[in-house]
Design a protein. Sequence first.
Length: 303
Amino acid sequence: MSLEVHRSVAAFRSAANALRHQGKRLGLVPTMGALHAGHLSLVQAARARADEVALTIFVNPMQFGPSEDYGRYPRTLERDIELCREAGVGHVFAPDASDMYPPGERTRVQVSGLTRALCGPHRPGHFEGVTTIVSKLFVVAGACVAVFGRKDYQQLKVIERMTRDLLLPVEIIGLQTLRDRDGLALSSRNAYLSADERSRALGIARGLSAAVFAFQAGERSAGVLRKTALAHLTEVGLRLDYATLADADELVPLSDETRVGERALLAVAGFMGQTRLIDNVVLGDDAAPIASAERSGQTRGER
């Protein structure tokens, strides 16, 4: 299959419309580039659900705060295009910022409620940037099936709600986090980690795994489950933004006094050195990160 690279909104919209005119279903994989195995697993999932796959590469300035890593975020377009070619992607959409944010633009898309906790307070404006750019990508692509990873669990839930509320003709698929063999969640930002930082970052997977094992053994105290994970996070020196148990659908934090029901989200975010890492499990749904990584080598990835 040949690969077409589109650098303008008009060109990608025309290609997507042509596919539908031929009766084909489009699979969409939105990314910020610096592709890794996690992204490629999303491509394979999209290929299984669609006739042709389009992958978008756009480092979105609107979702980075003023002190965040927009300027140094890895940009590897030529390598990404070659990986897409090898993975059977039919279309790459890699626009300039001026095309996605025309001069004088003022429109933003917001999803309330779901952005109030977890990463929301720590990254003001982040989710507004995410929903604004993803809604634009959906409008340009048109009717499609879009595949995201669950490592960005809050982002996935926000995009699901936005898509439903705005009646967008897009089916959202969320896939489990792809992990390295030792359990570390794959992320483009892992490239920032030194060897020592990467080794210590495994404390996140160990903490989440300990909480999963405790939950599977019958522990239902939100406080005990959270502190079980927290012990591993503090041991490796992770500078925490949060380690929170929350409702898995509405993302409302659970107090330590809460008795957890059949399922709950345990989400972690913090800094290892200068690198912000996030990870999560849904207790009651997900296997322990380290046990599942050891068993299968890898699971699935992120945007």
